[in-house]
Ligand binder design. Sequence first.
Ligand code: PAF
Length: 281
Amino acid sequence: MKTETTIQGLSASLSPARAARKMIGFVPTMGNLHEGHLNLVREAKKLCDVVVVSIFVNPIQFGPDEDFDSYPRTLEQDQRLLAEVGCDIVFAPTVEQMYGTQPRLTNISVSGITEDLCGLQRPGHFDGVAVVVTKLFNMVQPTYAFFGEKDYQQLAVIRQFVRDLNIPLEVIGVPIARAEDGLALSSRNGYLSPEHRALAPTIYQSLKTAAADLQAGTALAQVLANLAQTLTDAGFVVDYVEARSPQLHKIEQFDQDVVLFVAAKLGETRLIDNLQVKYNA
Ligand code: PAF
């Protein structure tokens, strides 16, 4: 496995694969890798000849009060894990390598699906994701790019701009990886105190209860209200509890497949999760 830190180095490492028209799989990450990321790499290995993983903590997707400075940076450990799962190339550029020294005057903004859910509390976040992911796509030029369904809204945004801008690759969504107790894996779980870590699986448990209640005929509004109440009673500060269509359209009733979304804080740590619920008429 090679590690490249420059765009030129990445191109040189990829040129034999490009010349041989090999399938290139790409997994963009911000590092501090866990089983969820490694699953993305395993999926990429199944479909592709060469797998590239980027590790880049992207400053422009963090708000001024967010955790950019303290975001865990664990490159050596990440490299070890990636070598074990058969990653071929790690791309770990510096901020200067990614953004240069000239001001950036171009933005990528996906309207309609970025204003609410996580976009409401994190203005500009999805623009920052869209810009960095587009830059990375142009640098790697993959056949397939892999993203986790945990960041469901992010995945929808990426699918949208890839379609809108005819970016020549296929986006693959991979189901959420969970700890044994159901907590969705996230680099931010490491911030939780032992007490909060013990409480955190309540999110997934209450999402599953909500799904069962929906399927048993409880009204959607009631299910969402119960879900928010359960989390508040357990000690979470709920940011949002929402139901959307798989394409993120607002829905009033459970008369189609639905995705239930939760964002809630334990102390300073903001956790997100979602659960897809099938509608069986
Ligand atoms: O999901 C992430 O880790 C990041 O948002 C991504 C897609 C790597 C862009 O920085």
